[in-house]
Design a protein around this ligand. Structure first.
Ligand code: UD1
Ligand code: CA
Length: 459
């Protein structure tokens, strides 16, 4: 947007969070609160954007996309001081300033656009985005008179009757930059908190004959600020519902949105069905026609087309190809790859392991640091012994191998294509292709021994 600059205030610690982590770094739907705010701001394509940083400045700075300026506020003297610092970083900027807080992550692009165009239409010096809240406690209240907005009074400075006002200041504003610069010079800190309040600019502008406008948001929840863990949870709930609604609108079935947790950066294709209790975190990418049965945790993973994840599986940083089935109770640890049509069954754990197309590991198995070919059958209870207490070693199994139940592979070991591993074998040496490998003590039967033993014991 031409002639528009933005300042985002994010220097505070957020004392009410009772946290060692700066408030704007707290995650919401899987990414820092500030990233939500910045995404909305940047979608307006401002000419310049500055973020005022202070507490944990380096961590906050590392979140800023290229082109966003950081402005250091060494001491947090209040929002008016922060605004001054932000303006300083924008240098000779003129025109309109959109100013908002890093702790109002529920605002959306449409609301911000609406604010800017209303501000232009009203030719105002300052336009405040307001909201009507049933529980306005903690927010600055909008005091109106015949001339429009008379002042904003903070909770701690408000009289009993002012506390009854339900129209609140969202902390998001548009300014004429020149008018703001002038007004900021007159802000003083004689208030309950001894801070330089940006909200005092309202009275200052009015005194000078300036125009102050206000526009309420359409949906009051978009204006909510996050100052405490309770408000963080409320924001999380709203964002989560929004993500779920967007996905359902695009063709994903979510059986119980209230118990489905999907990160803001995950993508899910149409005709995938998500049962209750799934948690899909990070940059997970799920293809079309998948079924996620109840209770899975899927993070930073890629699922192809028609994948079925049976319940209560944990999938981390892994890739599952088309038509594969995983679970119930499977654990795919980072670096696992499941081939097309492959099966990973109950109580199977994979780690840095790939299963080829059509391969099956259906029950009670650990496969770590392994490359398994196509159409391999891994019998129940198979274990790759990949660790000697010091280093990790690989197991490589060729295509079409049949691994009998309860086999162990003492890595490093290579099994040739088409080999057969007899059940109960402990494999310590490579097996050539198409060979039979059998390594277990030969069986010995003693006729009648058990019966005689029982009789001996009875005596
Ligand atoms: C502020 C408004 C209040 C409004 C509310 C909306 C003031 C005085 N009050 O109150 O009217 O209803 O937001 O959510 O502006 N910050 C800095 N440097 C500072 C102080 C604050 O960068 O020196 C940042 C904070 O990190 C935060 C934002 O400014 O992101 C707002 O500060 P906060 O202390 O949360 O203000 P509120 O008490 O919520
Ligand atoms: Ca706040």
């Amino acid at each position: 947007m031409k002639g528009l600059c933005c300042v985002v205030l994010a220097a505070g610690l957020g004392t009410r969070m009772k946290s060692r982590l700066a408030k704007v770094l707290h995650p919401l739907a899987g990414r820092p609160m500030l990233s939500h705010t910045l995404e909305n701001v940047l979608s307006l394509k401002p000419e310049k954007t500055a973020v005022v940083i202070g507490h944990q400045a380096e961590k906050v700075r590392s979140l800023l996309p290229p082109g966003v300026i950081s402005a250091m506020q060494k001491e947090q003297k209040g929002t008016a001081h922060a605004a001054e610092v932000g303006l300083g970083a924008l240098r000779e900027a003129e025109g309109i300033l959109l100013l908002l807080s890093g702790d109002t992550p529920l605002l959306d692009t449409e609301t911000l656009k609406g604010l800017v165009s209303y501000h232009k239409r009203k030719k105002a010096d300052m336009t405040i985005l307001t909201a009507f809240l049933e529980e306005p406690f903690g927010y600055g209240r909008i005091v109106r008179d015949d001339g429009g907005i008379k002042k904003i009074v903070e909770q701690k400075d408000a009289s009993a009757s002012e506390r009854g006002i339900k129209e609140i200041n969202s902390g998001t504003y548009c300014f004429n930059i020149k008018s703001l610069k002038k007004a900021l010079k007159d802000v003083r800190s004689a208030n309950a908190q001894g801070e330089f309040y940006l909200t005092d600019v309202v009275e200052i502008l009015r005194r000078k004959g300036g125009r102050v406008a206000g526009i309420p948001v359409e949906e009051s929840a978009t204006a909510l600020g996050v100052n405490s863990r309770v408000e963080l949870a409320a924001a999380e709930k709203i964002i989560r519902a929004k993500i779920n609604r967007r996905l359902m609108a695009s063709g994903v079935t979510i059986i119980d949105p209230d118990s489905t947790y999907i990160s803001a950066v995950a993508s899910i294709a149409p005709d995938t069905i998500i049962h209750p209790g799934n948690s899909i975190t990070g940059k997970t990418d799920i293809g079309p026609g998948c079924v996620l049965m109840p209770g899975n945790i899927i993070s930073e993973s890629v699922l192809g087309t028609g994948v079925i994840v049976k319940g209560y599986s944990v999938i981390e940083d892994s890739k599952i190809s088309d038509e594969a089935h995983v679970g119930p109770f499977a654990h795919l640890r980072p670096g696992s790859i499941v081939g097309t049509g492959a099966r990973v069954g109950n109580f199977v754990e994979l780690k840095k392991a790939s299963l080829g197309e059509g391969t099956k590991a259906s029950h009670l198995t650990y496969i770590g640091d392994a490359t398994i070919g196509k159409n391999v059958n891994i019998g129940a209870g198979t274990i790759t012994c990949n660790y000697d207490g010091f280093s990790k070693f690989r197991t490589v199994i060729g295509d079409d191998v049949f691994v009998g139940s309860d086999s162990q592979f003492i890595a490093p070991v290579n099994i040739g294509k088409g080999a057969l591993i007899a059940a109960g074998s402990t494999i310590t040496k490579d097996v050539p292709k198409d060979a039979l490998a059998l390594s277990r003590a030969p069986q010995m039967n003693r006729e009648n021994w058990a019966k005689e033993n029982r009789e001996r014991k009875k005596k």
